[in-house]
Design a protein around this ligand. Structure first.
Ligand code: AMP
Length: 395
């Protein structure tokens, strides 16, 4: 898959439109985690070393086509100004009047930031007229919004298509993400261990089936594990089970057997009588969970088994928490997996918002080789799909 890269464009003194994913978490107008902004800085610096005529666009949250002040990108603009040492000119009315005139009047130390794209219904509808307003007056298009490449939205697809193919490219973050994820898909060093968790088998089936082509071990935790255990005839009490997904599990086992992938399920659990942060944790004695209890985390024996496998692996990919890590009483499994990955000499990759949050909670994120900035996008990529935002950048 050959896509055009920013480093292949000659953007010297040119007018560049940049799509970023600056969708940061905000609390009372304050940014609580600026990872997505700092991840975009290398691309921005690269561009600003060559031209100052740039505009940045991004979405934030899901305002669904309405102007909602709590989703304004203004705090993001302030942080960008700090990090880049430039003045950020905030443009709100680009949907009525293209920002071309503002662009032509920019001083050397000024850049444009468009207000939240999703304040306009045209964005998620991939509306060409809306895209024209975004793109008018620009000569090059750069997409570094890895987390939104799986969305066929106006700023990702329709706007890109308004530029000649040789004038659109992927930024440095997208290049790096795709390079790592492609390695996992094509030539990971063995043993390759895939750890899957989170809530639903149905969300991850495509990824699991695709990764079975290359993995040696598939470790299953989180609520997903109870559907697997149920399929095996194990009593799982009141744990969350997707009873209508047994055919998917059977397909996974068939493929795993054909490709000699070992699937490893939890051997014990941390259970509770209710789904609540203050529920009393009860350790199960084995695989089975008694009626009236639900499994909310993997138990100690499972942690040991999983961490032993991580230690002998050369490549490890983790997506989805091992339990309800948002509740401290049921976070241990996810934290131990994060720590085991940090200690492992293997090439380690974490994708998916919740497992990344677990890695941050464990304080080990800096020891992971690659943390994907896009949960949904990385999963769809690993399923083997060509993401709409990548398709428009192909050579
Ligand atoms: P996902 O978005 O599919 O990766 O799922 C993440 C969510 O799964 C988190 O909010 C977890 O709290 C939840 N989860 C993980 N393990 C369990 C479990 N055993 N029972 C219920 N929910 C779980």
């Amino acid at each position: 898959m050959e896509f055009r890269k920013l480093t292949e464009l000659d953007i010297t003194n040119k007018k560049v439109l940049i799509r970023l994913d600056l969708n940061v978490p905000l609390k009372k107008g304050k940014i609580t985690d600026d990872t997505r902004i700092t991840s975009a800085i290398p691309t921005l610096r690269y561009i600003l070393e060559r031209t100052h005529k740039v505009a940045i666009m991004s979405h934030l949250g899901r305002p669904d086509g309405e102007v909602m002040p709590e989703y304004s990108l203004e705090p993001v603009g302030a942080r960008l100004a700090e990090l880049l040492g430039v003045e950020v000119v905030f443009v709100k009315d680009y949907a009525e009047e293209p920002a071309e005139h503002v662009l032509n009047q920019l001083d050397r130390n000024q850049i444009i930031l468009f207000e939240n794209l999703r304040f306009h219904a045209g964005e998620t509808k991939n509306d060409v007229n809306f895209a024209r307003h975004l793109a008018q007056g620009f000569e090059f298009y750069v997409n570094d919004a890895f987390g939104t490449l799986h969305r066929a939205h106006a700023s990702v697809v329709a706007a890109a298509e308004l530029f000649a193919p040789e004038k659109r490219a992927a930024g440095l973050l997208v290049e790096q993400e795709i390079s790592v994820l492609s390695t996992l898909q094509k030539k990971p060093q063995a043993p390759f261990t895939v750890i899957m968790g989170g809530s639903k088998v149905s969300d991850k089936i495509g990824v699991v089936l695709n990764l079975l082509n290359h993995a040696n071990y598939l470790l299953i935790g989180g609520a997903m594990a109870y559907t697997f255990l149920k399929y095996q005839g194990v009593e799982v009490g009141d744990s969350r089970v997707e009873a209508d997904k047994m055919d998917l599990i059977s397909q996974i086992y068939r493929n795993a057997e054909a490709r000699k992938v070992e699937i490893i399920l939890p051997e014990d659990h941390v259970c509770a009588a209710s789904f609540a942060a203050n529920a009393t944790p009860i350790e199960s004695q084995g695989k089975a969970i008694a009626p009236g209890l639900m499994g909310l985390d993997i138990g100690n024996r499972t942690i040991k088994r999983f961490t032993d496998i991580i230690a002998l692996s050369k490549t490890v990919l983790w997506n989805g928490p091992m339990g309800v890590f948002e509740f401290d009483n049921f976070a241990r499994g996810s934290l131990r997996i994060a720590e085991a990955m940090a200690k492992s000499p293997a090439f380690t990759v974490i994708g998916g918002g919740d497992s990344v949050a677990a890695a941050n909670k464990a304080g080990i994120a800096s020891k992971i080789d690659h943390i994907s900035t896009g949960g949904g996008a990385s999963l769809e990529f690993l399923e083997g799909k060509i993401l709409p935002g990548v398709r428009v950048l192909l050579k």
